[in-house]
Write a protein that binds this ligand. Sequence first.
Ligand code: AGP
Length: 469
Amino acid sequence: MLEAVSRTLHRIEGSYAFGILCSDYPGALIAARKDSPLILGYGEGFNFIASDVTAMIRYTREVCYMEDGEIAVLTADSISVFNSELVPVEKTRTTIDWDITAAEKCGHPHFMFKEILEQPEAVRRTISPRIKDNRVIMPELSALSPDYLKNITRIYIIACGSSFHVGMVSKYIWESLLRIPVEVVLASEFRYCDPLADKNTLVVVISQSGETLDTMAAMAEAKRRGAKTLSIVNVVGSSIARSADHVLYTWAGPEIAVATTKAYSTQLVLMDLLGLYLADLLGTVGCEQYDEILTAIQTLPEQMQTVLAQTNDIQYFASRWFNHNSIFFIGRNLDYAMGLEGSLKLKEISYIHSEAYASGELKHGTISLIEPGALVVALGTYAPLFDKAVSNILEVKARGAQVMALTTENRKEKMGKIADAVLTVPETHAILLPSLSVVPLQLFAYYVALQRGCDIDKPRNLAKSVTVE
Ligand code: AGP
C-alpha cells in the first residue's frame, strides 16, 4: 500500500494534502502533502492528521509538521514517517502550549466576540517578552546587524487580507521611522509581478496561520531573488515560520473565528515594535521619540480595554444601520489604512457590500456613489489631518449621507456637531491609533452581522487557512 501511494504521488502534479484509506488495509491511514499543510498529532490510543493545530488541540498538544514529499503511516498506536524513497525519517515533535480554553467559547455567543475581548491580553502577551529596561529586545533577530540593515534599499511587506492591511498601516509608520521605501504588495500579486527584490531587499511576510499558500509562494519568490525574509506568524512551527530566514511570533493564541481580530491586533503591535527596533539599529529614531512610542505601546492593552467598554453604543449604532446594502469607509493616512480593515471585517461577516476609500479620492469618482441615506463610516483619529476629515464629512453630508465618525476623545465634541454618531478612542501616540480604532470597527461589524442573523464564526465561502491559490 505504502509503495502504491508513493508511486502514485510521483505522478501527481499540483498542491495537495491527502489522508488515504484502503479497505484492504483496515486500521491504517496514509498521509502525504505537497505545498498544502499537514500536521500529525500524537494521542494515546489514537493519532490525528489535520491541516491546522487548532483542529486537534482539544485532544493532543504533541504534533509534528510533515514536509513536502514525506509519507506518514498512522495507526491508532503508531506514526511512522518516510521520505519519498520510503526511507524512514525521524521527526521532531513540537508541544503546543496553547491553553485549551483558548479554543473554547467559554460562554460567549461566538468565537469572534470572545477573541475581540481577548485583544488586550493578546497584545500584552505579544509585547511583554519583547520589552526589557525600556528597550525593545528581539533576540530572534540578532543576525540582522546594523551593517546589513544599512545596505537595505527597499522593504517589501507581503501578505493577504487582514494581514495585508497590517502592512498598509505599517508602511506609514515604518517609512517615517526608518526612512527606507516600504512597498506593501498582495502576496497573490507579488509572485507574478517580476518584483525588484534582491540581496539588498528585506521582505517582511505577515500571516496569522503561517499556511497561506499565496504568501508562502511569494516568500519563495523573494528568496529565489536573494532577498532576506522575516516572517510575522501566529502559529508556531507553521510552514511560513519554518521557511523564513527569521521569524517573530505573535502570541495571540489560537484564533478560531474566520474573521481575524486578535491576530490582527497582535500583528499590528509587533510591527510597531519591530519598526522601532529597526529604527534604533539604523539610528533613525531619536531617544525622545523612541521613549514616547515605547511608553505608548505599553499602555495599549489598558486603552484597548476602555475602548471595549463602548460596546453598548456600538451595538445601538449597529441596530440603527444593519439594514444598509452598502457602507463606505473613508479616511486619510493611517485612518485610510484602518478603514480597509474595518470594511473587510464588515463585508466578510455581514455580507454587506462595503468599500474603503482614501478620502482625498472621493472627488475623483467615488463621491458619485453617495446618495441620500448612504452610510459613511468616517475615520478621523489622526490629528494632523483632522480638519481634512471634517471637510470630507461635510462633503458627504451635503449629498445626504449619514455619517458614523470615529475620532479621539478630545475631538468628540467637534465631531458631534457634524456627524450623526460618534465613537471615540483614547488619545495616544499617532502610530498607535490604528490599534485602538480597529476595536470599535470589529465590534460594529460583529453587531451588524448579529442583527442580520449571519453565521459569524464561519462566514459563507471563506476558510480560516487559505491553503489553495
Ligand atoms: C481576515 O478576517 C480574513 N479571514 C483573511 O483576510 C485573512 O487575513 C487572510 O486570508 C490571510 O490569512 P493569514 O494571515 O493566515 O495569512
